[in-house]
Design a protein around this ligand. Structure first.
Ligand code: MN
Length: 391
């Protein structure tokens, strides 16, 4: 029986430099490199990357070079690489997406504007590979339409996968941060290969849906899931529409801990406890720490600086008295932007419109954002020339 085998990987964020630490940028490249070794060891037919390949849409020359070397390595093994744009990858000015540069190394960028698909045959077993890049802001209304198109196409194929990069409710929450509900997902695909949510997740309820998760920790909010599940990739076997999924944990992930309940009296003891936790590799662990209580912050900081068997995230969060941390205030803000707008406009519809206009401006190239907004408002605007647009 012929089986098509591929690797689902996501949110590699090449070039990311957590807490501005050089060592974290190297960790991200190392994680990517490990995923490619897994793909080669597992003899996959292709790699499916569900977006946020790079951390920013205009990556540094260094991260482009690192990716070129990675792409060359798998191209030499004849492993094609299919990828879509995540929200981090979509150009915010008139420009090409970075991933497009590497087409000559077998990197196929799918669905930058709408659903796109192609078919491949491996050992006589055919598979449809579909992709739709991240959609948000005012484009969001297109998403269910694109999913319907994709679903219809998938119903013509026995084996099919869809690459998409979205927050799906209730696999992610709050609902306000999601672009789509699980009931609107296409149902005909053998495997829905999703990106965007950095904690890995798999459900086979109704359909097979997976967030592969990020390959390295991108923020301290991922530590909890990392301690339980680790970071990893999915190796997926497909045959006659049936899928078999094997999760492979990465070994290179730098251990991270998050101490949130320390006081000025016990923070050193709490750090000491971590010295006894079993680790997956020799890398020096990274520790984020929040210390609450009356104290002299400069004494604490000088004590933390003396620790050399851990990387302590600087600055540590030190809360004297009852003030809330910056992070808490920020979270509260983000959860209630619509509420603020609603109070301002006195109207829920207006608030939602303003929110999606803001998201559009933040996530799109200027000209595209402008025309999306005009279209939404029903304003006709004749552009004098489009010659400056790249194809
Ligand atoms: Mn991401």
């Amino acid at each position: 029986m012929t089986v098509v085998r591929f690797m689902h990987v996501s949110d590699t964020h090449l070039g990311a430099k957590e807490y501005s630490m050089d060592v974290r940028e190297l960790d991200v490249y190392e994680a990517f490199s490990e995923t490619l070794d897994i793909a080669i060891d597992e003899r996959v037919d292709f790699i499916a990357h569900s977006g946020d390949l790079f951390d920013v849409w205009s990556p540094s020359n260094r991260s482009l070079t690192e990716f070129k070397n990675f792409a060359r390595k798998i191209n030499e093994k004849n492993i094609p690489f299919f990828v879509i744009l995540g929200d981090h990858d979509r150009p915010k000015r008139v420009d090409y997406p970075a991933a497009k540069i590497f087409d000559f190394l077998g990197v196929h960028l799918l669905g930058t504007e709408e659903f796109q698909h192609l078919s491949r045959s491996y050992g006589g077993e055919e598979i449809m590979i579909g992709g739709i890049s991240n959609i948000k802001g005012l484009r969001r209304e297109n998403l269910p339409v694109e999913y319907k198109k994709a679903d219809l196409e998938a119903s013509n194929h026995k084996n099919s996968i869809l690459l998409s990069h979205q927050a799906v409710f209730p696999y992610f929450y709050p609902q306000e941060a999601c672009e789509i509900d699980k009931s609107q997902l296409p149902s005909s695909f053998s495997y829905l290969a999703f990106g965007h949510v950095h904690d890995s997740f798999l459900t086979r309820e109704g359909r097979t849906f997976a967030y592969a998760g990020s390959t390295e920790i991108a923020s301290s909010s991922e530590i909890r899931n990392y301690l339980r599940e680790g970071k990893g990739v999915n190796i997926v076997d497909v045959t006659r529409g049936e899928v078999d999924i094997k999760r492979i944990r990465l070994k290179s992930t730098r251990p991270q801990f998050n101490i949130q309940d320390a006081t000025p009296d016990d923070y050193l003891e709490k750090i000491d406890l971590l010295r006894h936790v079993e680790r997956t590799n020799e890398k020096k662990p990274l520790v984020s720490i929040t210390i609450t209580g009356e104290c002299n912050p400069s004494d604490i900081i000088s004590n933390l600086r003396k620790i050399d068997d851990f990387h302590i995230r600087f600055p540590p969060s030190i809360r004297t008295g009852t003030e809330a941390s910056k992070e808490e205030v920020k979270n509260r803000m983000e959860n209630s932007i619509i509420q603020y707008l609603e109070r301002y406009f006195g109207d829920h519809g207006m608030a939602e419109l303003a929110d999606s206009v803001m998201k559009t401006i933040r996530s799109e190239e200027q000209g595209a954002a402008f025309s999306l907004i005009l279209k939404k408002l029903g304003i006709e605007f004749l552009e004098e020339n489009n010659d400056h647009r790249l194809p």
